[in-house]
Design a protein around this ligand. Structure first.
Ligand code: CA
Length: 225
């Protein structure tokens, strides 16, 4: 049974989360402070951590830094703060996801399932198929409803990066670094342009993307179902 450590000081949320964890086949562990959370993360070896940012003793970002410095456990941030800067920082600091309070419990459970899938080393697939999009990585062939489409090298690299990380939010700076090899904090315009041309080629309706979701102000996420 997968153990989920809940680091949260709000008892109402702790109760809600522990019930949801138990009824969905997870074993919940609880810490009410950041210090206790770090200590339980090392002593109880949880499979996943749900981390509140506003804790009574130390800040959630400090807890995240200490956990990520020592172990590989996936961390999902739960926070009442919803500024883009906070989200980007948490994701760049190694959190796998960021959920803003108040949250929907079934969405949280879906994000937990994605985090578990991402945590298990996935063999690099040679093929990706979702709805009307098909990518054959061996032949470097992309088809929409069976019709081959042409992608530029950058568009293809972008699509492959998103697919290799499907389900996960990729920040603008992460994508820039992976595609162009540098991390520019102010030049997202180029990325936006390439994302636009990629979407026009693969999405039936680029204004309502089926595959690549915009996380406003943060980055992009490839849907995995
Ligand atoms: Ca709190």
């Amino acid at each position: 049974m997968d153990k989920i450590l809940i680091i949260e000081d709000d008892n109402a949320i702790v109760r809600l989360l522990t019930i949801a964890m138990k009824t969905n086949g997870y074993l919940p562990l609880v810490a009410n402070t950041g210090i206790d959370g770090i200590s339980k993360c090392f002593s109880k070896n949880p499979d996943l951590v749900l981390l509140d940012m506003g804790l009574p003793d130390i800040d959630g970002s400090e807890v995240l830094a200490q956990i990520k410095a020592a172990v590989n456990t996936p961390v999902i941030i739960l926070s009442a703060r919803d500024t883009e800067i906070e989200k980007i920082k948490a994701l760049d600091d190694g959190a796998v996801d960021y959920i803003t309070k108040p949250f929907n419990i079934s969405e949280l459970l879906a994000r937990i399932r994605v985090a578990f899938r991402l945590a298990k080393p996935m063999p690099k697939e040679d093929h990706f198929s979702l709805d009307y999009l098909n990518v054959d990585f061996l032949k470097r062939r992309v088809t929409i409803e069976g019709e081959e489409i042409h992608l530029t090298p950058i568009e293809y690299k972008l699509l492959k990066l998103l697919i290799d990380n499907k389900g996960k939010v990729l920040t603008h700076s992460f994508i820039n670094k992976e595609i162009w090899g540098y991390n520019s904090h102010d030049d997202y315009q180029t990325l936006r342009v390439f994302m636009g041309t990629l979407r026009r080629k693969i999405e039936k309706d680029p204004t309502k993307p089926r595959f690549i979701v915009t996380e406003t102000g943060i980055g992009y996420r490839m849907k995995d179902e």
